[in-house]
Design a protein around this ligand. Structure first.
Ligand SMILES: Cc1cc2nc3c(=O)[nH]c(=O)nc-3n(C[C@H](O)[C@H](O)[C@H](O)COP(=O)(O)OP(=O)(O)OC[C@H]3O[C@@H](n4cnc5c(N)ncnc54)[C@H](O)[C@@H]3O)c2cc1C
Length: 473
């Protein structure tokens, strides 16, 4: 006799109805489907902005499910306890989910799968957060890739299956399980005054993500090659935010990029390559979980990084008060919007790890707290790449000069003026938003004078190079 028990679909970073393998397969089974989101040990550890933004995404996804007559059940507690309780309450015979690839999620998922199987539950994981499962891309020697370009060559012509259609119906269980109220979780509690401000800049949910992709393919991708380096331009897709919560799948993005390439849009190949940087980051994190926690090149453990995050220079960096206008504009952009332009991320990361000789882990942790597009793999790789301690990294002696970078990539100061209020008679709202978003305890006002540089650009560069030359590895 075929199994008619409900299937629990455990929703995580896959807040979408389209191209969702676990939901599609559950819908097609004809069995009742109970979508569940758990505020579990992994969600609990998220930084302030990503946790808040995740909460908005969960709310939007619950509405999307309601739109097809289903419900999202919310529970708080450890994943295994939460799922076991739901299996008991609903008589579910299966718990399905889409895979995650960061070490904390993988550890949780392995334990959950083993325990549920032991209980006799059909515990199953599906692909969907990546284009290529990290273990399926191998060098000729059977090793993982440590350098991006050969990784790109290995995957660029692979067949990527078409995206799955949107799920339009789920069979309801006889009785829906009790659910927590999302508001009671207060996922934005650590955002302080920032939530109201950042809330103006985020775009939440699957429909918004698809709209964003459509607009980028129609109007942005053709010029992507040139425009993507200019932080004042709207020259990139900004899809990192919905991608990290799975409001859109990488497969949908990939096929849209491929079609644009076939249509002869010049920037399409460069954009596809960026999607593959995301894959590469997960490939590395999967094979070398230390990417998140320690120097990927262990010899860097001997480098005299400064590890004190209470130093005045580091506090100035986090608060956008270093006196280096490009760096400060970028740090404020992140505080206000929850995002930072990629060129700016590279500059502030270089400045912190080189001019301020501060350990990349401190910068990584600040980003983890502030970015609404925080992604465990891309953030870790971005920091180690910038610091020189990572795979395929920029060499430590290549030190971005933020002043030269500003002249090159923000020649008319549009970006700096957008974010740095001091010294402007009538600062734009964006620049003033910063002062409305930061904690009052920081005591900042747009009427303050703009600070002198915390370290001279030449002096900081020399200090970093001297330390690098004195290293004994
Ligand atoms: C120090 C540092 C920290 C970073 N932290 C994050 C992070 O937490 N989350 C995050 O998503 N990206 C991170 N990045 C990578 C990159 O800056 C962002 O992915 C990019 O700015 C997102 O903007 P977009 O969506 O408009 O990208 P687009 O230029 O439109 O690119 C399309 C997609 O490709 C992927 N992508 C682009 N560049 C990279 C890259 N360098 N590495 C990995 N994937 C990439 C993203 O998924 C992006 O959405 C970091 C980079 C650095 C240098």
């Amino acid at each position: 006799m075929s199994d008619t028990s409900p299937i629990i679909v455990w929703i995580r970073r896959d807040l979408r109805l389209s191209d969702h393998a676990a939901l599609s397969e559950a819908a097609g089974s004809g069995r009742p489907v109970i979508p569940v989101f758990l505020h579990d040990e992994v969600v609990d550890r998220l930084g302030a902005a990503p946790k808040w933004r995740f909460g908005l995404g969960v709310g939007a996804f619950a509405e999307a499910l309601a739109g097809i007559g289903a419900r999202l059940t919310l529970r708080r507690g450890t994943a295994l306890e939460g799922l076991r309780a739901l299996v008991q309450e609903t008589g579910a015979g299966a718990v399905w989910w889409q895979r995650a690839y960061d070490p904390a999620s993988q550890e949780r998922d392995r334990a959950v799968k083993a325990a549920l199987k032991e209980d006799g539950v059909d515990a199953r994981s599906f692909a969907g957060h990546l284009l290529f499962e990290p273990w399926t891309v191998e060098t000729k020697q059977g090793d993982y890739y440590k350098v991006y370009t050969p990784f790109w060559r290995a995957v660029k012509d692979r067949e990527v299956p078409a995206a799955l259609p949107s799920v339009s119906e789920l069979r309801a269980p006889q009785r829906w399980p009790e659910s927590d109220a999302l508001a009671d979780w207060a996922m934005g509690a650590a955002m302080d005054r920032g939530a109201d401000i950042v809330g103006r800049y985020v775009r939440v949910g699957e429909a918004a993500a698809q709209g964003r992709l459509g607009a980028f393919i129609a109007n942005g991708i053709a010029d992507y090659d040139e425009a993507r380096d200019i932080p004042a331009e709207d020259g990139t897709s900004t899809l990192s935010e919905p991608l990290t919560y799975g409001e859109i799948s990488p497969r949908v993005c990939w096929h849209a990029g491929m079609r644009a390439r076939q249509d002869g849009k010049p920037g399409a190949e460069a954009w596809l390559k960026e999607l593959v940087w995301r894959e590469f980051a997960y490939h590395l994190l999967h094979h070398t979980p230390r990417l998140e926690t320690g120097n990927w090149r262990p010899e860097w453990d001997a480098f005299p990084w400064n590890e004190d995050d209470r130093r005045a220079e580091v506090i100035a960096w986090t608060r956008g008060r270093t006196g280096v206008d490009f760096v400060d504009a970028a740090m404020r952009e992140m505080y206000v919007t929850g995002r930072m332009h990629n060129r700016a991320r590279m500059i502030v990361a270089s400045y912190l790890t080189k001019h301020l000789m501060t350990h990349w882990k401190i910068g990584k942790a600040w980003f983890e707290d502030c970015l609404v597009d925080w992604d465990p793999a891309s953030n870790a790789l971005g920091w180690q790449w910038s610091a020189g301690s990572g795979p395929d990294a920029t060499p430590y002696f290549r030190i971005f000069n933020p002043a030269t970078q500003r002249r090159r990539f923000d020649p008319d100061r549009r970006y700096v003026r957008r974010w740095v209020a001091e010294g402007q008679g009538q600062p734009p709202r964006t620049a003033l938003d910063y002062f409305a978003a930061v904690p009052r305890a920081w005591g900042l006002s747009p009427d303050d004078g703009y600070p002198a540089p915390v370290v001279g650009l030449d002096a900081g560069r020399k200090r970093a190079l001297d330390a690098y030359e004195r290293r004994d590895f």
